[in-house]
Design a protein around this ligand. Structure first.
Ligand code: NAP
Length: 264
């Protein structure tokens, strides 16, 4: 067997595999938390980054720090905004190489108090928007015969959230993981890779004061094999692996970065 794949090279330069020079990446939910970090990391590796969310002031401040980037205000619960995000990206750059479906919502509520509207809204933002953006960006990726879609799921798409109760969140993240597999199956032969990045507990607006709250800390320490929350930079490597040629033979995977939470 001599065929080692489209990206094989005889030059030993492993770090260059992670570079994204000249590529165009969309990061949703880039106005805070993990998404903001993802945008910075992709930009640092040479990508032109399109940052999207509802809070335009934050997006513009971020874009001002990232050369060649574009800020697009979009409420991803609205189909027209999703379409405009992709059309503005294509108008400006003519292509999309990497899509990071990161925007997501969730909050603690027991099912007895959870409303149908809350459940449906979480599914719209966490699942339907991800489906729609993948479909819209996928058109250009399939035409180009290459692309990487990274769906930010959660370890809570793999396991129950106990003792925190959040059915809408767990349902949506479980869906994201199997949508990842299905899309990977549909587009593998078209050159598009689709993977999920599934974090454990990380500090962000979503997790609020968990990193200082004593009972939350005790809960994390008791359940994570690495007894602490993750630091945002501890997702950099996983993100880049999935985004770049370094992960060129990975698709349909959910990469857990959870301090060993799900290994117990
Ligand atoms: P975060 O700081 O609350 O970020 C959520 C992002 O999503 C924000 O930028 C928010 O921007 C955006 N967003 C929410 N609703 C939106 C909408 N309707 N339209 C457009 N954008 C919307 O939380 P995070 O922790 O960084 O979360 C990022 C992703 O990581 C989520 O998918 C989350 O489920 C996942 N995750 C987080 C953890 C964790 O421990 N932090 C663990 C596992 C998975 P705007 O408000 O400006 O619209």
């Amino acid at each position: 067997m001599t065929d080692t794949g489209p990206h094989s090279s005889n030059v030993l330069d492993p770090l260059s595999l992670f570079r994204l020079d000249g590529q165009v990446a969309i990061v949703t939910g880039a106005s805070s938390g993990l998404g903001e970090r993802f945008a910075r990391v992709l930009g640092a590796m040479g990508a032109n980054v399109v940052v999207a969310a509802r809070r335009l002031d934050r997006l513009e401040a971020l874009a001002a720090e990232l050369p060649g980037s574009l800020a697009v205000q979009a409420d991803l619960s609205i189909a027209e905004d999703r379409e405009r995000l992709v059309s503005e990206t294509l108008e400006r750059f003519g292509r999309v190489d990497v899509l990071v479906n990161n925007a997501g919502i969730g909050s603690a509520v027991r099912i007895e108090d959870e409303t149908l509207e809350q459940f449906q809204f979480a599914m719209e933002v966490n699942v339907t928007a991800l489906w729609h953006l993948s479909k819209l960006c996928g058109e250009s990726m399939v035409a180009a015969g290459s692309g990487s879609i990274i769906n930010v799921a959660s370890m809570l798409g793999h396991v129950a959230s106990a003792p925190v109760k959040q059915m809408h969140y767990c349902a949506s993240k479980g869906a994201v993981i199997n949508m990842t597999r299905e899309l990977a199956a549909q587009w593998g032969r078209k050159g598009v890779r689709v993977n999920a990045l599934s974090p454990g507990w990380f500090k962000s607006e979503m997790t609020g004061d968990m990193d200082t709250d004593e009972s939350s800390q005790a809960f994390v320490k008791a359940n994570a094999l690495l007894p602490r929350m993750g630091n945002a930079d501890e997702l950099d490597g996983a993100l880049l692996l999935l985004a770049s040629r370094a992960g060129g033979y990975m698709t349909g995977h959910s990469l857990l970065v959870d301090g060993g939470w799900t290994a117990r």
